[in-house]
Write a protein that binds this ligand. Structure first.
Ligand SMILES: Cc1cc2nc3c(=O)[nH]c(=O)nc-3n(C[C@H](O)[C@H](O)[C@H](O)COP(=O)(O)OP(=O)(O)OC[C@H]3O[C@@H](n4cnc5c(N)ncnc54)[C@H](O)[C@@H]3O)c2cc1C
Length: 308
């Protein structure tokens, strides 16, 4: 078995990788049992997509007003902002036609978003969307994750379409440093992987013998019939990779609810890592969060501006 993740020894802000690419991630190493069953011990998070903004697109619109208003100089703000922050600021400033030289400039964006959070006008944060890959998370975590509906989109690995060749599991933190619990975990996932294969093979054999309930029109149907049945032996510990797209307002709510000391430990680790990746690229949108150490040694965040 590999050594547990070095993340445990580092400060959380040091967990974030590939900052320089503009697409931060926190990877999660893969382990195997002596029998070769794959498992992970922590959530992996990778930012796949973020807004791309073309402020120049406002040009024709801004030129169509009284020249005395000097709206077109809105495009000359030379202070760069992260794309999501810039997009939300444009959207917010459109509301009050705040395009004159007296508007809040990019250099004061922090103050601008402080007001947004303070007044609870979080709808402007809905313009910035981020897509993230989550892996190294269990089926029980994704069951909780997908309860977050507003402003979120999900695409999860299908246990019906995908065979046992990509089967991996997730070890809960409570088991990792306890030899007895860890050994039981490894034994359990070896058994689950073995049972899955045995059942799948048995179902394929029954299909060949003409079983009606397992029959299908095309090959994909036949495979699905096997996999949708065999998955019944898979435990909550089965890994369930998922791509999640959420807007900044929805992601803030997810982080507040789940990177919370009262949230379940595994989803808290996921939400905390999501926060670390997002604050690395959008410091202004997420700067109000404070990292707190929970009594069990894990991390959470808190903010004075919940549910903006
Ligand atoms: C510690 C903890 C324990 C939990 N325990 C349980 C449990 O025992 N059983 C259980 O079933 N769930 C449980 N949950 C899940 C919880 O009830 C929510 O389903 C989940 O947190 C998603 O929250 P949300 O609905 O606010 O999020 P979202 O779906 O993202 O919604 C965001 C916000 O949009 C608004 N909104 C969204 N949809 C609607 C709507 N249809 N109508 C009106 N307003 C809407 C609400 O203001 C909502 O807060 C628990 C969650 C936590 C964090």
């Amino acid at each position: 078995m590999q050594e547990p993740s070095e993340n445990i020894k580092k400060e959380p802000t040091e967990w974030v990788e590939s900052r320089e690419t503009g697409y931060p991630s926190i990877s999660s190493p893969v382990f195997t049992t002596p029998q070769g069953t794959y498992y992970l011990q922590a959530p992996g998070v990778a930012l796949l997509s973020k807004p791309a903004v073309n402020i120049a697109g406002l040009g024709a619109f801004l030129e169509g007003f009284d020249g005395k208003l000097q709206f077109p100089q809105y495009l000359n703000d030379t202070t760069p902002l992260p794309s999501g922050t810039q997009l939300c600021k444009v959207a917010g400033q459109l509301c009050y036609a705040s395009f004159t030289p007296k508007r809040t400039k990019n250099e004061n964006a922090q103050r601008y978003f402080q007001n947004i959070k303070d007044s609870g006008h979080g709808s402007v944060l809905e313009h910035a969307n981020y897509s993230l890959l989550f892996y190294g998370i269990s089926r029980s975590v994704t069951h909780e994750l997908v309860r977050h509906r507003a402003g979120m989109a999900y695409s999860q690995l299908s246990q019906r379409y995908v065979s046992g060749t990509v089967l991996r599991f997730v070890e809960r933190p409570e088991y990792q440093d306890d030899l007895e619990l860890h050994t039981l975990f490894e034994r359990r996932i070896d058994t689950a992987a073995h049972d899955y294969e045995t059942i799948a093979e048995g179902l394929v054999a029954r299909q060949k013998l003409g079983s009606t309930i397992l029959s299908g029109e095309v090959r994909t149907d036949l495979r699905k019939k096997v996999q949708q049945t065999a998955r019944s032996v898979l435990p909550n510990e089965t890994e369930a990779p998922i791509v999640v797209t959420g807007n900044a307002r929805a992601l803030r709510h997810f982080i507040e609810m789940r990177a919370n000391p009262h949230a379940e430990t595994e989803i808290r680790a996921l939400a905390f890592r999501t926060y670390l990746c997002l604050v690395a690229i959008e410091p202004i949108l997420f700067e109000d969060y404070r990292i707190v150490r929970v009594s069990d040694g894990t991390y959470a965040v808190e903010t004075d501006y919940p549910k903006v």
